[in-house]
Design a protein around this ligand. Structure first.
Ligand code: ZN
Length: 406
């Protein structure tokens, strides 16, 4: 086995942080001997993924945890929507969130969700994917139900244009307008307007829509776009830290962010993003990858799922399953980090701005905390840090930091 002493493993339990339900958080209720053993060997603290009181998305928090200031690099939901559904985007692309909608020939929207269409969208998407307008490449991919994303690639584009989505029914499709006087914004708005009309032309005669109309359903015959954003040019992880990194992730959004910064982040069939995922295999895969890479991140999604389901008992069980899966980490000789990308309290059913627990083992100044939970971690030696501080903290502990000054 490779020497693991200078290796780093970062385990991110998505949405693990919580508030109290009947006096306890799910972490406090769970039977988790491995988490607690690691706590007894390490230094703990709490972390504000973005900053105190800021409710993070999984995208902004992962940017911060990877050391990329989300206030600098997060450029709107369009790019991250496209990344999340597995579109291959590049720095400089312009991306939009989209809806399939139902339009009249005069481009008045009758139903901006096209009857919440659930079948046939991939066939419809093919029709409006891989187009070219004015030398700009246009890519479209469907997401769940009526949703999708659009990516423009080419020279002289700008994200500073307005939406074509009127955001309500019985309104005309809006003309995309430049938000500044740049030639780039004028050109991008014109391409989007051409694309919108073309989408109506291509989709209204599509067999999927003919069939829907025969069944009395609203056709998905136009693409509305909103939330234009520039795919950021991110310095690669390897350029930034001179470390080779990999990411074992389950869901498209996290894999996409990892790939955007050049981390090795393949699809693993056992990492499903749902309750049936194989967490043990994810941990073993991370350990195997560490033979080749300096740092490996893991994102386990299940805590967040149980929080969105507002199921306290399920979250406790999920934490107990993660505890079992991390058994091999008790013998890990490198720097081990266990944390979450944000809190997702059962009482909220969504992300919140509460800080998350953080635990680091390795060559650390062990503190007095012997159990892993939100409240115990708050008494630990790391005190309270931000997500953006995590990478420098880890790099220093693992012996990779360069001296600041003489
Ligand atoms: Zn998350």
């Amino acid at each position: 086995m490779a020497d693991m002493r200078n290796k780093i493993l970062v385990l991110i339990c998505d949405g693990m942080g919580d508030r109290l339900t009947n006096g306890y958080t799910p972490l406090e209720k769970a039977h988790k001997p491995n988490f607690d053993y690691l706590a007894s060997q390490g230094i703990l603290g709490i972390m504000d993924p973005i900053a105190p009181g800021i409710k993070p998305g999984s995208d902004t928090s992962h940017l911060a945890i990877l050391g990329y200031d989300p206030y600098k690099y997060y450029t709107g939901r369009g790019p991250f929507e496209a990344i999340g559904i597995g579109m291959e985007v590049k720095g400089g692309d312009i991306a939009f969130r989209c809806n399939f909608a139902t339009s009249t020939p005069k481009l008045v929207i009758k139903d901006r969700r096209a009857g919440r269409i659930s079948e046939g969208t991939s066939l419809l998407a093919e029709t409006v994917n891989n187009l070219e307008i004015d030398n700009i490449k246009i890519m479209f991919k469907e997401s769940v139900e009526h949703r999708g994303a659009l990516v423009l690639r080419g020279e002289g584009l700008s994200p500073h244009i307005s939406d074509t989505d009127p955001h309500r029914d019985e309104s005309s499709v809006l003309e995309a307008k430049p938000r500044d006087n740049s030639l780039e914004a004028i050109k991008t708005a014109s391409i989007i307007n051409k694309f919108t009309r073309l989408s109506y032309h291509l989709l209204s005669s599509h067999p999927v829509n003919k069939e829907r109309q025969q069944k009395g359903e609203n056709p998905a015959n136009i693409i509305l776009s909103r939330g234009a954003g520039l795919v950021p040019h991110l310095p690669s992880f390897e350029e930034k830290y001179h470390l080779r990194g990999a990411f074992v992730a389950e869901v498209g959004l996290i894999k996409g962010i990892a790939r955007l910064v050049g981390l090795y982040a393949p699809d693993f069939p056992f990492a499903t993003g749902s309750y049936d995922t194989d967490m043990k295999q994810m941990i073993l895969t991370a350990l195997k990858l560490l033979e080749e890479y300096n740092i490996v991140f893991v994102n386990i999604k299940t805590c967040d799922l149980s929080s969105h389901d507002r199921n306290f008992e399920m979250k406790v069980r999920v934490i107990e399953r993660i505890d079992e899966a991390i058994t091999p980490l008790k013998d890990f000789k490198g720097t081990l980090v266990i944390t979450a990308d944000h809190s997702s309290p059962i009482s909220v059913g969504d992300h919140s701005g509460d800080p998350v627990p953080l635990l680091i083992t390795g060559d650390v100044r062990k503190d007095i905390v012997n159990t892993f939970s939100e409240r115990a971690a708050a008494r630990g030696g790391l005190n309270r840090i931000r997500g953006i501080d995590l990478m420098p903290t880890i790099l220093d502990l693992a012996g990779y930091a360069e001296k600041f000054g003489a």
